[in-house]
Design a binder for this molecule. Sequence first.
Ligand SMILES: Cc1cc2nc3c(=O)[nH]c(=O)nc-3n(C[C@H](O)[C@H](O)[C@H](O)COP(=O)(O)OP(=O)(O)OC[C@H]3O[C@@H](n4cnc5c(N)ncnc54)[C@H](O)[C@@H]3O)c2cc1C
Ligand SMILES: *[C@@H]1O[C@H](CO)[C@@H](O)[C@H](O)[C@H]1NC(C)=O
Ligand SMILES: *[C@@H]1O[C@H](CO)[C@@H](O)[C@H](O)[C@H]1NC(C)=O
Ligand SMILES: *[C@@H]1O[C@H](CO)[C@@H](O)[C@H](O)[C@H]1NC(C)=O
Ligand SMILES: *[C@@H]1O[C@H](CO)[C@@H](O)[C@H](O)[C@H]1NC(C)=O
Ligand SMILES: *[C@@H]1O[C@H](CO)[C@@H](O)[C@H](O)[C@H]1NC(C)=O
Ligand SMILES: *[C@@H]1O[C@H](CO)[C@@H](O)[C@H](O)[C@H]1NC(C)=O
Ligand SMILES: *[C@@H]1O[C@H](CO)[C@@H](O)[C@H](O)[C@H]1NC(C)=O
Length: 460
Amino acid sequence: MRLNSPILTAILTLALPCFAISPYDIESYAPKDVIRRDVAVIGGGASGTYVSIELRDLNKSIVVIERSSQLGGNTRTYLDPKTGVPINYALQIYHDDAITRNFFARLNTSVATTSFNLSTSPVYADFSTEKLLPNYTVPLIGDEYLRELHKYPYLEDGINLPQPIPADLLLTTPDYIKKFNLQDSAPAIFDTPAIPGNLLETLMLYMFNSLNTLFLDEEAGAAINNADGDNSELYRNALAELGTDVLLNSTVVSANRTGNVKLVVKTPTGNKLVIAKQLVVAMPPVLGNMNALDLNPRERGILSQLSGKPYYSGVVQNTGLPDDHVYKNRATGTAFHVPTLPGGILLNPTRAPGLFYYWFSSETRLSQAEVEGAMRDSIKKLQKLVSSATTAEPEFVAFSDHYPFHLSVSSKSIRNGFYDAMYALQGYRNTWYISSLFVIGSSQLWNNTAAMLPRIAATL
Ligand SMILES: Cc1cc2nc3c(=O)[nH]c(=O)nc-3n(C[C@H](O)[C@H](O)[C@H](O)COP(=O)(O)OP(=O)(O)OC[C@H]3O[C@@H](n4cnc5c(N)ncnc54)[C@H](O)[C@@H]3O)c2cc1C
Ligand SMILES: *[C@@H]1O[C@H](CO)[C@@H](O)[C@H](O)[C@H]1NC(C)=O
Ligand SMILES: *[C@@H]1O[C@H](CO)[C@@H](O)[C@H](O)[C@H]1NC(C)=O
Ligand SMILES: *[C@@H]1O[C@H](CO)[C@@H](O)[C@H](O)[C@H]1NC(C)=O
Ligand SMILES: *[C@@H]1O[C@H](CO)[C@@H](O)[C@H](O)[C@H]1NC(C)=O
Ligand SMILES: *[C@@H]1O[C@H](CO)[C@@H](O)[C@H](O)[C@H]1NC(C)=O
Ligand SMILES: *[C@@H]1O[C@H](CO)[C@@H](O)[C@H](O)[C@H]1NC(C)=O
Ligand SMILES: *[C@@H]1O[C@H](CO)[C@@H](O)[C@H](O)[C@H]1NC(C)=O
């Protein structure tokens, strides 16, 4: 029997994409563009860099796929050309513990003890209404907060919830404060640095997970950072160590995770095919990042519940503001004086005279121009409040967009077992999740990752 030509055409059209031009077929690539490794790591921030070095030291081969032009993620350093002073304008300090010190030592990077107390006396002002809060103070966190925190040890090193999940953890922070009379600690609770979004809606579960014993320990002085003040040195040294196993300016465009992990990676020198036994996701695993990764319905159902928030940081000079103060945004007309969003959170002096770093929070995503415009307006208002003679025009010299920051899910998702389901995904379809899903600080991320390494290594 003779096939008529329309049917033949249809068969060929359907068959061709699968066979002749499959992007997962090594025949489609020059040999130098096929990268076979034990583990592919997507994202070269704190957790991705750590797992890559550790796997190398276990004699496992790796490749890191990093979207930006450097390693380090939320570690951002601006080098002031005038003074040569490095200014860390996002991540500031690490917890002083063995895992952190060992990682620095492994990368030949010296550490020094440091503290949050470097910043001098705070000025509390409403960044949007030109008003000072002259009598506002932030006393140290009280024992009543510690008493509550210690009820939930399973939030210290992850989000390992018991059944039933205590309903109090799903209260908003203000409701929890009222219910358990934490008013005296409220200013310190809301002073917790770098919690994005509307603090009045932050679930207490996430507050305890951030403002945990380790973080309080850091605030009390158990803190280290890079000895010469340049927190990016660790990541430059890591890049030198990992060499061509790091693909910078690169993203995954499509994947096949049936059997071996096969990733089509777009790089500045063309597409590469990465074939790996295991995949480590060290970028925020929100759908926007995960869509290229051949998710199945179970994975999509879990990961689609996650979202992160906008957060921005930057460096500004010529502010006309005295640099013996840190300026903190406290609204005059909100509950607990939480800052009105979008708005700057703090404006902090640095070791370089006249230069400040700032953090900025918003519920919606903004452009760099919008963030800098809003910060400029706030600085002009602060000028009138604290140095009325000045007409200085702020100059913005560095900027970073940290979206999607602080991954979270709704209280409904938490009640429906999101965290158990997320933990159960570890290792499923040869894929591991190590970015800040369960803990926030770098030292804790490294510690969590270290605990998972034997499980990953056992599959190789
Ligand atoms: C302003 C600010 C201050 C902070 N201060 C501190 C502090 O003082 N101490 C502390 O311990 N922690 C601090 N943190 C928390 C910090 O986020 C974590 O400690 C840590 O950086 C998170 O590491 P990570 O590996 O999860 O993610 P990140 O460090 O964010 O790394 C993720 C990496 O993945 C890359 N990536 C993202 N999407 C893709 C994609 N689609 N494809 C490929 N690559 C991708 C990113 O470019 C990035 O390099 C701060 C965070 C912010 C925003
Ligand atoms: C890795 O390989 C080196 C050189 O072969 C060897 O000395 C070392 O013990 C190995 N390390 C591990 C963890 O297997
Ligand atoms: C990555 O891109 C930046 C520009 O965004 C460029 O300066 C840098 O050289 C690139 N690096 C690599 C390794 O391609
Ligand atoms: C470690 O750093 C020191 C000082 O910066 C340098 O002299 C030395 O060569 C470095 N060693 C390695 C192995 O990179
Ligand atoms: C601040 O406190 C002082 C004295 O305690 C008081 O006189 C003043 O009115 C207060 N200012 C404001 C704005 O509440
Ligand atoms: C920081 O300040 C607080 C309160 O003033 C104090 O208890 C703590 O010991 C200080 N830490 C360091 C390292 O100086
Ligand atoms: C994905 O990989 C599996 C195993 O190699 C293969 O059977 C399947 O056809 C691939 N799917 C696609 C769309 O390439
Ligand atoms: C590190 O993780 C272990 C569990 O693996 C935990 O017991 C310990 O408290 C953690 N330490 C730090 C400093 O986070």
